[in-house]
Design a protein around this ligand. Structure first.
Ligand code: PLP
Length: 422
């Protein structure tokens, strides 16, 4: 459920008309609903707690939506942060998320990033390889601290979704095998600079079936039991994120309740602190990208191009993953649907949001909303084609705030410096 709906013939975000917002802030623009963000977080937390998981850490995957206002909205509810760079650690801290709720993942953390994370005291570093474990150990000893680490395992399961967002197969770059995890965990327990506190996995994103997760989680449980059987203490089990969201053309994903019950089933009786790293399921349906139709280009041979003022630099998912976004007119007109190729102004054929999509009739000047754009939307935006970085707005009830303003062209140009010889 989300808080975007038609009211009196106009799409609203909570109590704010998107047409009014677009007139005041301009387009393209991302719009997020506080109520939806809060709802998704609390529904997941309540489902996990009702299934018997005590005080789970829900570390929002910052990569999905790193906007400080979004992070602050979730942090105030008790969310932690799953981060993959120093920049994301800094964002989480700046949004008021305490270091003890920050989990640092990622296959390529630099020495400087590890040092920063240890200095601010993040809860856990998820190490993804043997060289990384040694690097954390060395940096921690230099700083005179003991780093809490979890070993990220690659459970080698097929989790569906797009090949570019599958992370849990042996051929993917993430994590180590179960055998390797046992060896690393035992080695880590003898290192002066690290304290192994748990194991972690994340098998992919936009997963719409529970079976692959259940298979992976069963294997993770086995690992915890084997490690404990060897006399090693394992306090934390991080099960990653990955639960899919409805993008309208895809199988309905499992509900948070079904997800929580599956975890209770797979983990029943295991006394451990659970952590999760959801991104998409919290943020995707809490945001839309609003764009304006620049032209309707009707080709004599029959193809209709709907040219928008938003482009692949603002919303990369369709070009990168062939992702589907529902596209809705902000003020729908009466009339029979027409079939459009929806494109942006960037000079790439890949700057095509969708082909042959039946949509209500549209004309130049109309506004459209790309639904389910709150995760991996603004997060992946760029200035490609020297287009200004897309702004972001957070709505709460009848109020809204521009939480990332559109920069000016001067802002864009002033970031660069002339070479002395030019
Ligand atoms: N955790 C890790 C380590 C990830 O790589 C990702 C995304 O790929 C996530 C969590 C969040 O995944 P999702 O947004 O599908 O929940």
């Amino acid at each position: 459920m989300n808080h975007f709906e038609l009211r009196a013939g106009e799409l609203h975000c909570e109590d704010v008309s998107l047409a009014r917002l677009a007139a005041e802030v301009g387009t393209p623009v991302y719009v997020y609903s506080s109520a939806t963000l809060e709802r998704h977080y609390t529904v997941l937390r309540d489902a996990l707690v009702s299934a018997g998981l005590e005080a789970p850490l829900i570390a929002f995957a910052v990569k999905a939506n790193p906007n400080l206002a979004v992070l602050r909205t979730l942090g105030r509810l008790g969310a932690g942060a799953d981060v993959v760079s120093e920049g994301e650690v800094r964002r989480a801290l700046a949004a008021g998320i305490p270091a003890e709720r920050i989990v640092f993942s990622g296959v390529g953390k630099s020495e400087r990033e590890i040092e920063f994370a240890l200095q601010v005291g993040v809860a856990e570093i998820n190490v993804e390889s043997e060289p990384e474990l040694h690097l954390v150990n060395t940096v921690a000893q230099r700083l005179g601290v003991r780093a809490q680490v979890a070993v990220r395992v690659n459970p080698d399961v097929e989790a569906g979704g797009h090949a570019k967002i599958s992370t849990g197969k042996a051929e993917n770059k993430f994590g180590v095998s179960f055998a390797e995890a046992e060896r690393l965990y035992a080695n880590a327990s003898n290192m002066a600079g690290v304290k192994p506190v748990g194991v972690a996995c994340h098998i992919g994103s936009q997963i719409t079936e529970l079976a692959p997760m259940e298979a992976a989680f069963g294997k993770m449980r086995g690992l915890v039991e084997r490690l404990r059987g060897e006399g090693l203490s394992v306090d934390r089990l991080d099960l990653g994120g990955g639960l899919g969201v409805p993008y309208f053309n895809q199988p309905e994903p499992p509900s948070p309740e079904a997800y929580a019950q599956m975890i209770a089933r797979a983990m029943g009786g295991l006394d451990i602190q659970f952590a999760f790293e959801p991104g998409r399921m919290i943020a995707a349906n809490a945001g839309v990208l609003v764009a304006q139709v620049l032209h309707v280009n009707r080709r004599p041979e029959g193809r209709n191009f709907l040219v928008l003022d938003a482009a692949m630099n603002d919303l990369l998912r369709p070009a990168m993953y062939d992702a589907y976004h529902d596209i809705r007119p902000v003020t729908p007109r009466e009339g029979a649907p027409e079939t459009y190729d929806v494109v942006g102004p960037v000079c790439e054929t890949g700057d095509t949001f969708t082909r042959d999509r039946p949509l209500p009739p549209l004309a130049a000047g109309d506004l459209v909303a790309f639904m389910s754009a709150g995760a991996y939307g603004a997060a992946m935006s760029s200035e490609y084609n020297s287009r200004l970085l897309v702004p972001e707005v957070l709505v709460r009830g009848g109020d809204y705030a521009v939480v990332r303003p559109r920069p000016s062209y001067d802002d864009m140009l002033e970031r660069e410096r002339p070479a002395p010889w030019l």
